[in-house]
Design a protein around this ligand. Structure first.
Ligand code: NAP
Length: 276
């Protein structure tokens, strides 16, 4: 019986057990994937306890991604660059291996939604400069997007995120968004604006060129006002659920030994759970 987990605080809202439970059942694997609520002051003890616990590894979510980065024994180059870990694998020797799968998860969803040629649509504008933005800017740069402009409420954080992809990413004043959108092929919202319980994201999409795509990583609600506005303009709209599903793939493969697929059936299961 292989056991994995998702750790966060709070954690009751996490859909990860549904995702991994779906794949465990689909592949007939005798395994489990459980939620574990750990307060920040207890997180380092929790990680220490993983050695010899019998757990194969797990996902790390808010607010522990930076602490997992600091405390993992080894890091993938991508996790090192992003500065956050969302996937931990417990090695045979008990060492903790940290990865960040948010970046490839976001890009895999764009591949599935827009086709693999999307990096050629043109430059990207990224709204927000939190943990998710760090992963997405690194992911977009890895995939060859030529210019990435990062706008954030707190400008200093946009500068820090842009510094992750020197020569490709640059900070952008929020006031200059209309001009930046006019030259963009992809707009990504990584702020929490538009999420249930948060203020709306109010942005005029009119300057975006006709062939542009709009992605929102907020997935509750699934159809944000931003995506509705993009569809109303006839633009390609990419929702946030796919990133959540795709980022889970490498962890499942590492813990349970099978690379799972992000299928329509999996998506339908999570969509049904997201319904109010
Ligand atoms: P985070 O590190 O807390 O960053 C939050 C971002 O939102 C910051 O840029 C922050 O700006 C901005 N923001 C928050 N409130 C704002 C407001 N009132 N006005 C303007 N900007 C505001 O969070 P995160 O981990 O990056 O996550 C961000 C969002 O992405 C959340 O909704 C989360 O659920 C979602 N997410 C989705 C996935 C997925 O798989 N689809 C994965 C990760 C995250 P400041 O820097 O100025 O504070």
């Amino acid at each position: 019986m292989i056991r994995a987990f998702v750790v966060g605080h709070p954690i009751a809202h996490s859909r990860s057990p549904l995702i991994h439970g779906h794949w465990l059942a689909a592949h007939g694997i005798a395994g489990s994937y459980e939620r574990i609520d750990v307060a920040p002051e207890d997180f380092s003890d929790f990680l220490r306890g993983l050695r010899g616990s019998g757990l194969a590894g797990g996902n790390v979510t808010i607010p522990h991604k930076e602490a997992a980065f600091a405390l993992a024994d080894t890091l993938t180059p991508r996790a090192e660059r992003i500065g956050a870990v969302n996937t931990l694998v417990v090695g045979r020797d008990g060492r903790l291996h940290g990865d960040n799968t948010d970046a490839p998860g976001f890009c895999a969803h764009l591949d599935q939604s827009l086709g693999g040629g999307w990096p050629a649509r043109g430059g990207a504008v990224v709204l927000g400069a939190g943990g998710a933005a760090r992963a997405i800017v690194v992911g977009l740069a890895e995939r060859g997007v030529s210019r990435i402009r990062v706008a954030n409420r707190t400008p200093g954080r946009a500068e820090a995120v842009a510094a992750l992809a020197p020569g490709v990413a640059e900070p952008l004043d929020w006031a200059d968004l209309p001009e930046a959108l006019a030259g963009a092929g992809l707009l990504v919202n990584t702020t929490s604006l538009g999420m249930k319980g948060q203020p709306p994201l109010t942005l005029d999409l009119a300057p975006l060129p006709a062939g542009a795509a709009v992605a929102d990583i907020v997935y509750a609600p699934l159809e944000t006002d931003l995506l509705a506005a993009a569809r109303a303009r006839g633009l390609a709209a990419v929702d946030g659920l796919g990133m959540l599903l795709h980022q889970a793939v490498p962890g499942f493969e590492a813990w349970f030994g099978v690379r799972p697929e992000v299928t329509a059936a999996l998506r339908d299961t999570i969509v049904a759970d997201l319904r109010p």
